[in-house]
Design a protein around this ligand. Structure first.
Ligand SMILES: NC(=O)c1ccc[n+]([C@@H]2O[C@H](COP(=O)([O-])OP(=O)(O)OC[C@H]3O[C@@H](n4cnc5c(N)ncnc54)[C@H](O)[C@@H]3O)[C@@H](O)[C@H]2O)c1
Length: 363
């Protein structure tokens, strides 16, 4: 029988924490949160999620003795360093101590902001991640990367700060707009390509309609969390293996930064980035034509790129180089030898990159 809740014990930076995954588990999983017995809990919640799920959130928290709800407008502009001091002042005024904790209920924006606050308030408080978007469940809530934006760049102020607990209740996803599901699926496909066979199988056997059934989403979140936490356990600070998680992101980040993080979602930028980096893998003679076509068919089937963009290959390459300026201007990629066999730190000739980007933009 399908178990209502699956659990993963993750380990990173010498610390163990639980990732709980299931349908309608938010209230029961919060019993675990209660047992962690913090003196006070600052709950940072997406204003949108509060609007949609406020009743259950208030009901669950009402059993918790000492807490405050801080609603956050979760746009990328608000995940900003300029709000950090204001927030820290607010916590101090309310009497938060070193025995307190922070909980984040929302997508990656809320999770990253709350994680960053937790990492610096009084030299670090525990953080509990309660993701409510697919992207946050399969990616940003796991691995301990926290960051906020500064005026000259995205995610520039940040630290590694592993969570104490992650509660992924896929029931939250019932209210998530379809495009946000697709954004999460880009990261799921990435995991399926670089190492988690089960994810590739689920995507291959389903379509956009069937994949949204809660049982499928539960499996997707479970296998993604298992895969990502396994990589992070081996390399928490991204000094080696964790780099494979950047597949599709060298080009993806360049496209996002070119469009100033406004005109495109992270998921769509990653999907275009996947296409470019798959093309480079193909051109380098690594990936077979058959596997290349199969993956591209999945990108089409799940409509992971759902807008038309006027992109220019030279601009994308310029932004890739800018992103990587600390590596002497040399561009390194994660490439794919075959499905589930990535290689990282691959230097690629500029002409080849240009050919690949041109070919993807003109396809
Ligand atoms: N820390 C990491 O490792 C990591 C990894 C990937 C991305 N990120 C960061 O994550 C952020 C993107 O996260 P995201 O894609 O979750 O975006 P998001 O947090 O902006 O959420 C997307 C939208 O969904 C809404 N929403 C959230 N939950 C909902 C629900 N259950 N029902 C209806 N609407 C809901 C939000 O209000 C928002 O409008 C970026 O800032 C990115 O930098 C961090």
């Amino acid at each position: 029988m399908d178990r209502p809740m699956k659990s993963i014990t993750a380990r990173a930076d010498g610390k163990f924490y639980e990732i709980m995954i299931g349908k309608e588990i938010f209230s029961s999983a919060c019993i675990t949160l209660k047992m962690l017995s913090y003196d006070r809990l600052a709950v940072i919640v997406s204003a949108k999620v509060m609007q949609l799920h406020g009743e259950i959130i208030r009901q669950v928290l009402s059993e918790y003795n000492n807490y405050d709800i801080f609603e956050m407008q979760d746009s990328e502009e608000n995940k900003n360093y300029r709000y950090v001091e204001e927030f820290l002042n607010g916590m101090l005024k309310k009497g938060y101590s070193r025995k307190s904790a922070i909980a984040a209920i929302g997508g990656g924006v809320v999770g990253d902001f709350a994680g960053f606050i937790a990492s610096i308030y009084m030299r670090g408080l525990p953080v509990i991640q309660i993701p409510t978007t697919l992207l946050a469940m399969v990616d940003s809530s796991i691995g301990g990367k926290t960051a906020v934006n500064i005026s000259s760049g995205k995610n520039i102020a940040g630290v590694f700060h592993q969570p104490d607990l992650v509660i992924s209740d896929v029931s939250f996803l019932q209210t998530l707009p379809e495009n946000e599901i697709k954004n999460g699926l880009s990261e799921v496909l990435k995991h399926g390509i670089i190492g988690e066979k089960n994810l590739f199988r689920i995507l291959y056997e389903n379509d956009l309609k069937s994949v949204k059934e809660l049982n499928n989403l539960k499996d997707i979140v479970y296998f993604s969390a298992l895969f990502k936490s396994g990589i992070v356990e081996k390399d928490a600070k991204e000094s080696g293996l964790r780099a494979i998680l950047n597949f599709g992101h060298t080009a993806g980040h360049a496209i996002e930064s070119m469009l100033e993080y406004r005109g495109i979602s992270h998921g769509e930028a990653v999907a275009i980035g996947l296409k470019i980096e798959l093309k480079i893998s193909r051109q380098q003679g690594l990936l077979s034509e058959e596997e290349y076509n199969t993956i591209n068919e999945l990108i089409r089937r799940y409509k992971l790129i759902y807008n038309n963009y006027r992109l220019n290959a030279d601009d994308i390459i310029k932004h890739m180089k800018f992103d990587k300026k600390n590596y002497n201007g040399k561009l390194k990629f994660v490439l794919i030898k075959k499905i589930n066999e990535p290689v990282y730190n691959q230097e690629v000739d500029n002409c080849l990159i240009k050919d690949a980007v041109d070919s993807v933009l003109n396809s």
